[in-house]
Design a protein around this ligand. Sequence first.
Ligand code: C5P
Length: 219
Amino acid sequence: MADTLTGRRIIITAGPTLEPIDPVRFISNRSSGQQGYAIAQACAHLGADVTLVSGPTALPDPLGLKTVRIETALEMLDAVETALPADVFIAVAAVADWRPANRAEKKLKVDKSGFTGLELVENPDILKTIANRNENRPGLVIGFAAETHDVENLAIAKRARKGCDWIVANDVSGDVMGGSHNEVSLVTTDGVEHWPSGPKSAIAAELAGRIADALMQNA
Ligand code: C5P
């Protein structure tokens, strides 16, 4: 059978990350986790041993795979590195680019305690970190690129900048984030391939099949 992932280990990040400011406030984003969860399920459906590293989402843990729940980008990177080695790494998560430099132990008071503003520091780029590992770099590293314009050219540049093998590029000028449908292009060494619009589950199934084919060719 051509499209099998039996015996393959796949790590997938999904959802947003949540970066605490104090016990009640945080920085996050609107990622629902749907596309990442659908890819995790599609890979598990083809027999892969999947670890899904997920930020906070409203979705239940998918059946038939291991879900590791984290909150911050630092925790996400740690969970991915702990799950290595793997044949494939797919970074679908909308990782917060910045986190508060300090997490206040008590709720910040704007008036009394002299709050002077929020200092932010850059989060690690999980995709770039995993793609550039010397040891235990997964054979196939896949990133996502959500853009509102010039999608394909930006994705080609992103593939080179991150050091990953494939980029799944999507146009988020519509209601993709949180919606059930997606329209993507796949950027590989062979060029750019535009896929028809479809449910996130269909995009996930197509991607899982492509991964199985690619691993088979390199076997
Ligand atoms: O640079 P940008 O955020 O557009 O890149 C998107 C891709 O990089 C996605 O695959 C996302 O999961 C990944 N990423 C990451 N860690 C970050 C930022 C983005 O893994 N800190």
